[in-house]
Each structure stands twice: as C-alpha cells, then as structure tokens.
Write a protein that binds this ligand. Structure first.
Ligand SMILES: Nc1ncnc2c1ncn2[C@@H]1O[C@H](COP(=O)(O)OP(=O)(O)OP(=O)(O)O)[C@@H](O)[C@H]1O
Length: 245
C-alpha cells in the first residue's frame, strides 16, 4: 500500500442540476479499514456523491480528496480506487475475460492485474468467464463488474449498489470479500438499499436525504437503541421533515 493512507474526505461538497440541489454541503470521511454504507431514499444524492468521488461529476463547491489528493477526472490517485458506478460498458461479443483484459489494457498496465485471482473468485463465473458477455444474465454482468472493480487490488473501493441482481449466495460471497479487504486496510464506500445486508457488512454509515447529511457515525452509534438498522434508518429518514434523527 502507498504512503498516504487512502482516506476519503468529502468537505462541504455541493452539486446542483438546474434548481435541484442533488448534493448540498455534504461532509464526511471514510478511513482505511472502514466499510461505510452511504444510505438514503431514492434521489437522496448517493450516486451523485459517488460520481464526484471518482471525478465523473465535478462538484459546484467543496472539496473531494482521496489520500490527501484532490480528485478530478484522470487524477493519478484514482489508480488506487476500484469503482463500480453505472458500468463499465462491456463489449457484448467478447468473453468476460477478454473484456477484463481490454479494460486493463485501457489503463496501460501489463496483464494480469495483481488481484485477478481474487476477482475471478469473487465473480464466481467459472468456465462462463470464457463465454461471450452477450449471453450473460444480469447477475453475471454484475459479478463481472465487481471483478473489474477489485482486480487492480485497490486501496479504495467505491461501489454503487454492488449487490444489485446478485443471488443470496453471491451476496454472502461479496460480503466476505469486502470484509477481508477491509481487514487488510482497504477503505470501502458502498451505497445500498438492502439494510439487513448493510447491518451485517458496514462498520460506519452516512445517511443522506435531499442531498444533505442526516447522520453519520459508527453502525453501533447510529443503531442506538433501535432493534434493527431498518428501524433506525426509517426513524432518520421518514416523518414530517424526513430527516428527524
Ligand atoms: N445528470 C443529472 N441531471 C439532472 N438531474 C440529476 C442528474 N443526476 C442526478 N440528478 C438528480 O439529482 C438527485 C440525486 O440523484 P442521485 O442519482 O444522486 O440519487 P440516489 O440517492 O443515487 O438515488 P437512487 O437511490 O434512486 O439511486 C435526483 O433528484 C436526481 O433526479
């Protein structure tokens, strides 16, 4: 791992689309070894936040840093980050493996990537990795996307709804993989609506609503006296002002 700890630091970040405040003065940090779940209702600003974290969307205000380095599209620090946000787009008539090779070549690196074996293990595609992607199910594509995100053995993982379309066995495999990565000091930020899964996986939470921070902290603190994360979350995001924690 490189010298600067791969902390994710978001400070007073805002993004507007027309008059819509997609993200409004958002501040939080995720430290190495933490698995932070970014939670919030549909339209809360989770994907926009993640896109700003990897330079795909430029903030209107505030700063986004990874490992003390400002992030922008093409920033070298992004080589340390594994990303799953809307993609990548795969070439349908190439095999899963050929797609991974192509994406790795685009990063101008020598094949194979350092984390390929782990990535293929996580994807669990078996011989199907040598079949054309156009014949993949939605879950198989999602697993190939996950393999792409982790194959560079990144210091930081930013995964937007990584369990989408996965069956229960795959969700568990993903949880175990992420727990091992966190254990080894990787900084993990995931978004999810699957609160029971988040409760098993996350060490920390950032809860947003209407683009703003509702609450952040350790899972334990945010759970408080609530019986489940679902109860705590709904308490935070529902009600008259929908941000009442
Ligand atoms: N490119 C865009 N142009 C216009 N509005 C956008 C754009 N991207 C996001 N928005 C708006 O910004 C707000 C936040 O969207 P975002 O996708 O970040 O929410 P989210 O929390 O990821 O939602 P979901 O849980 O549904 O994935 C929404 O109101 C959305 O309509």
């Amino acid at each position: 791992m490189s010298a600067h700890p791969a902390t994710i630091r978001v400070e007073a970040v805002s993004k507007r689309y027309g008059r819509q405040h997609a993200v409004d003065q958002l501040t939080f940090a995720v430290e190495p070894g933490q698995t932070c779940a970014l939670l919030g209702p549909n339209g809360a600003g989770k994907t926009t936040t993640m896109r700003m974290l990897v330079g795909l969307t430029a903030p209107d205000g505030g700063t986004v840093r990874i490992a003390d380095t400002p992030v922008h599209l093409g920033a070298p620090v992004l080589h340390r980050v594994g990303v799953l946000i809307d993609g990548p787009a795969f070439v349908p008539h190439l095999t899963g493996m050929a797609n991974l090779r192509l994406l790795w070549a685009a990063a101008r690196r020598d094949w194979p990537p350092p984390g390929l074996a782990d990535a293929l293990d996580l994807a669990g595609l078996g011989p199907a990795v040598d079949r054309k992607v156009k014949g993949y199910s939605m879950g198989m594509r999602q697993r190939l996307m996950l393999a792409h995100a982790v194959m560079r053995r990144p210091d930081v993982l930013i995964l937007d709804e990584p369990a989408n379309g996965l069956d229960p066995a795959e969700v568990r495999a993903l949880r175990h993989h992420l727990a091992a990565r966190a254990e080894s000091g990787v900084t993990i930020l995931i978004s999810s609506h699957q609160l029971a899964e988040v409760q098993l996986l996350a060490s920390h939470l950032v809860v947003m609503n209407h683009g703003r921070l509702v609450s952040s902290g350790s899972l334990e603190n945010l759970l408080g006296a609530h019986a489940s994360l679902e109860d705590a979350y709904l308490n935070m995001t529902e009600g008259p002002d929908r941000a009442a924690f």
